[in-house]
Design a protein around this ligand. Sequence first.
Ligand SMILES: [Zn+2]
Length: 155
Amino acid sequence: MSPTASSPAVAARMSRQSSRDTAQEVAVRRILHSRGFRYRVNAPVPGIPRRTIDILFRGPKIAVFLDGCFWHGCPTHATSPKANAEWWRSKLDRNMARDLETTAHLAALGITVLRFWEHETPEDVARRVGHTVRPEQPVGPDGQFEANLGPSGTG
Ligand SMILES: [Zn+2]
């Protein structure tokens, strides 16, 4: 049985998880798509029912997860709700254990797993994903892509 939301902050976090596509996820996908990357969204994890990969590149076998800071225990932003503390602790521990299991499972299948935190900017996430998917892409001295950015890429 789940506890009810005990504060507005907790309620906000709970509702955030229920939406499949976070703002960060949408923004990251938009940037990648605009740079010519093609991928599957919410692809099933092979062999584990009811688990999905946020962004999957099938050819190069790269799975991208965008993890919510609260639900996945970000070391910077993890908080412990005081109400129902024990329930939350075990719930969040289970989430983190499941993340590790999913990562190990995919790695065993030869799939590279990239995990990012919710607090990372979409631009930074997209750049790192792009670099992993297309390592041959020219990269500038500051780590930025120099190719295929279009006219706005030089600013
Ligand atoms: Zn965080």
